[in-house]
Design a protein around this ligand. Structure first.
Ligand code: ARG
Length: 468
């Protein structure tokens, strides 16, 4: 007999009543989810405890059986926590492991726990609880990430660096302002997760297999006991919807995209050619062949993790499309992508937070780079508009001529003589030199949301208040 046709001798204890023989080895293998859904043991036990309490309160289960079930479930929780539960693929999933162990502990009363319930509403409940907790953890991690960014932004509210468009030197900005852009992104990420959490926080428990149940259960009570806002309104939807998983993964993906963009900047900034920052030893690696190397591996991995996270979202969308109502086993494939995306994002967030906290800015180098590339050309044009009342388009043209002149002389704009400048535009006076310094350039950008240190400090304050 080949491996793939080998039969399990025993039929399944929990659903094998109508089966003459057990499943083929390969059937058991494709069917089993315990290798990954063991991660749901806490949620599964919490759901069962709430269900059992409600059964007693509703007069469906005796208080005596209810007590035995509660005590048994508490013990099983401890056993899982201590790693004492042996996992058996023949028992398929976490739900059957818990129930089987409960039967070992308390005997036949264990069989009453599944009254007015199905694994379909059970797993949907467990997974909503899990995603909810995952969101809470990511929310905390996003707060720490932002706090770390705010600390660096505050320390470098006045430090000047080049701002880029097209990765070409554009205008001088402050380091604090650049970092605050990521705080904004992270705060939107948090609010997206919060929206997702609010929408998913309804209880599927009591939807039973798909149609509800004839027992007089109280779904509002179990919903409340599990911290859900309300029971889901339609039993078919309750057992078969997984849009909460897609939405969670979409939130993870967008967050991961933001981290990936930041990670890319860290890679660029830490290169010898840019030399804007140094990553700490704790977040750099060496090369086994080139002794001079200091590689930003952590940043590169954060940049790459987004691939598997978006992959998880795609997986979930593809699994769901075309599934008829209500539950299909396809839905078992919702867990691994979500677990992996959560783990990857948590790790990525921790790593980038560590990098940000430890990194040092090369202030002089940033300042020099900010002055290069005629970065204050816009300030000349603005001066011509403000002081000489020249229309911006003309001012832009005049400034372009000055830039060309500086380029030909291989000097900075500030190094052009007043005679040079006046040969292009006679209304220019020596006052213009003031706007040519990068310090004055950034200090002048006081429009709301602009890069001026005073605005940066106000924004930091506002973020600190939001996060406290
Ligand atoms: N392990 C299953 C899952 O993750 C539990 C639900 C099984 N339901 C069923 N009708 N076979 O989806």
């Amino acid at each position: 007999m080949s491996d793939s046709t080998k039969k399990h001798s025993a039929t399944n204890l929990l659903w094998g009543g109508r089966f003459g023989q057990g499943p083929a080895e390969i059937m058991a293998q494709i069917n089993a989810s315990i290798s990954f859904d063991k991660r749901l043991y806490r949620q599964d036990i919490a759901g069962s405890k709430a269900h059992a309490d409600m059964l007693v309160a509703s007069g469906i289960l005796s208080a005596e059986d209810g007590d035995a079930i509660q005590a048994g479930l508490d013990q099983i929780l401890g056993e899982f926590e201590r790693g004492e539960i042996a996992l058996d693929p023949a028992l398929e999933d976490i739900h059957m492991h818990v129930e089987t162990r409960l039967r070992d502990l308390i005997g036949d009363a264990a069989g009453r726990l599944h009254t007015a319930r199905s694994r379909n509403d059970q797993v949907a409940t467990d997974f909503r609880l899990w995603v909810r907790e995952a969101i809470d953890q990511l929310d905390l991690a996003l707060t720490t990430f932002q706090t770390t960014l705010l600390d660096q932004a505050e320390a470098h509210a006045d430090a000047i660096m080049p701002g880029f468009t097209h990765l070409q030197s554009a205008q001088p900005i402050t380091v604090g302002h650049h970092l605050l852009a990521y705080v904004e992104m992270a705060s939107r990420d948090q609010s997206r997760f919060a929206d997702c959490r609010a929408r998913l926080n309804e209880s599927p428990l009591g939807a039973a297999a798909l149609a509800g149940t004839s027992f007089p259960i109280d779904r509002h009570a179990t919903a409340k006991a599990l911290g859900f806002d309300r029971p889901m309104a339609n039993s078919m939807d309750a057992v078969s919807s997984r849009d909460f998983v897609v939405e969670f993964l979409a939130c993870c993906s967008i967050t991961a995209i933001h981290l990936s963009r930041f990670a890319e900047e860290l890679v660029i900034w830490s290169s010898a050619q840019f030399g804007f920052i140094s990553l700490s030893d704790s977040f750099s690696t060496g090369s086994s062949i080139m002794p001079q190397k200091r590689n930003p591996d952590a940043a590169e991995l954060v940049r790459a993790k987004v691939g598997r996270i978006i992959g998880a979202m795609n997986t979930m969308m593809i699994v769901l499309k075309g599934l008829p109502l209500a539950y299909s086993k396809d839905m078992q494939e919702d867990k691994e992508p979500a677990f992996d995306a959560f783990d990857s994002l948590s790790l990525g967030l921790a790593a980038i937070t560590g990098m940000v906290g430890d990194m040092t800015f090369n202030i002089d180098r940033l300042h020099d780079a900010a002055s290069a590339g005629f970065s204050t050309a816009t300030d000349i044009a603005d001066w011509l508009v403000r002081v000489a009342d020249i229309p911006f388009r003309n001012a832009h043209h005049i400034t372009g001529t000055l830039v060309k002149m500086a380029e030909d002389k291989a000097c900075m704009l500030a190094e052009l003589t007043i005679e040079d400048m006046q040969s292009v535009e006679p209304q220019i006076t020596t006052d213009i030199y003031e706007v040519l310094s990068v310090e004055n350039s950034v200090a002048s950008r006081t429009s709301f949301g602009g890069t001026a240190p005073v605005g940066v400090r106000a924004a930091i304050q506002a973020h600190r208040e939001r996060l406290s």
